[in-house]
Design a protein around this ligand. Structure first.
Ligand code: C2E
Ligand code: MG
Ligand code: MG
Ligand code: MG
Length: 282
């Protein structure tokens, strides 16, 4: 990996350019140092089981507290990390940190929290992806069943056979798999029948406007039926209002994630949420 060598490159060639380095260039060149100096952190957003109202799991979402720009959105820096290849190193860090977090929560008495981690296509193209994931999980001392990987359709764009093999291997290890952002890409229903995934995550764009849009509701309902027939659970992302909750309930959606219950929060706050969520019936 070349980030170390690249570290100060913008300083080297920016004098030759007439303007100041762009934010993108600065971010690109400061990523490695950011990882070393703990500027990256994970926040956690609960997923709720709709039927019971219980916290079912939690999604780890990367945050970067940059000394100059403050909080930088992953929507901004993940594409840069994917472009430079830094995502490989960063992705391993995310998985390792999430695994350690699960272990710590377990030791604090939070029983069987399922943690999901987002994966980029580039990570999937690594030859040793399965053994790399396996060793990170083993080192942290967590059970593979406690970890879920969120993948997007993009992993099928190149070499789908290879991807499918990897998915089967990961499933064989006991990991949970979910297909993220469903409804944003081509979302071909045909490949759903072949892939070994446990959860289908419907993108926020599915739920936006659904309350007043009957056609959207019908598509939503149909996809849930298909997913259930394929033995997948459905997660609706981006649920913000009680009206939206009502609709996804009526349509038999299994899980929800959204600001209505909680935004992504720091780990300490998640512990509070988890404990108060469990308490009422105990
Ligand atoms: P995603 O995996 O689809 O994550 C869900 C995003 O929706 C998160 O944005 C979350 O904060 C946001 N969200 C959740 N509930 C609501 C809601 O009710 N309303 C609205 N408007 N938004 C909601 P975030 O944290 O900014 O992350 C954006 C994307 O960045 C993620 O989308 C994921 O694709 C990527 N990302 C984040 N962390 C990682 C990571 O560790 N690795 C990789 N490869 N990608 C990551
Ligand atoms: Mg995700
Ligand atoms: Mg998503
Ligand atoms: Mg997304």
């Amino acid at each position: 990996y070349v980030a170390k060598k690249q570290r100060n490159t913008y300083k080297l060639y920016s004098p030759m350019m007439n303007d100041v380095p762009t934010k993108e260039l600065i971010l690109e060149n400061s990523m490695f140092e950011a990882l070393e100096s703990n500027q990256f952190m994970l926040h956690y957003q609960p997923k709720l089981e709709i039927r019971t109202g219980r916290i079912y799991g939690v999604e780890a979402l990367l945050r970067w507290k940059h000394p100059e720009f403050g909080m930088v959105s992953p929507l901004e820096f993940i594409p840069i990390a994917e472009k430079t290849g830094f995502i490989i190193l960063l992705g391993e860090w995310v998985l390792r940190s999430a695994c350690r977090q699960v272990k710590q929560w377990e030791q604090m008495g939070l029983d069987s929290v399922l943690v999901s981690v987002n994966m980029s296509m580039l990570q999937f193209q690594q030859k040793d992806i399965v053994s790399s994931i396996k060793s990170i999980i083993e080192e942290a001392g967590v059970r593979p069943e406690q970890i879920e990987l969120e993948l997007t359709e993009s992993i099928f764009m190149e070499n789908p056979e290879h991807t499918l093999r990897i998915l089967h291997e990961l499933q064989g290890l006991g990991l949970k798999l979910s297909l993220d952002d469903f409804g944003t890409g081509y979302s071909s229903l045909s490949y759903l029948q072949n892939i070994p995934i446990h959860y289908l995550k419907l993108d926020k764009s599915f739920i936006r406007g659904i309350v007043t849009d009957i056609r959207k509701q019908m598509i939503f309902r149909s996809i849930i039926v298909i997913a259930h027939n394929l033995n997948m659970k459905v997660v609706t992302e981006g649920v913000e209002t009680a009206e939206e909750l009502q609709i996804i309930k009526e349509h038999n959606c299994d899980l929800l994630q959204g600001y209505l219950f909680s935004p992504p929060v720091a780990p300490e706050r998640f512990v509070e949420l988890f404990r108060s969520n469990k308490c009422p019936e105990e």
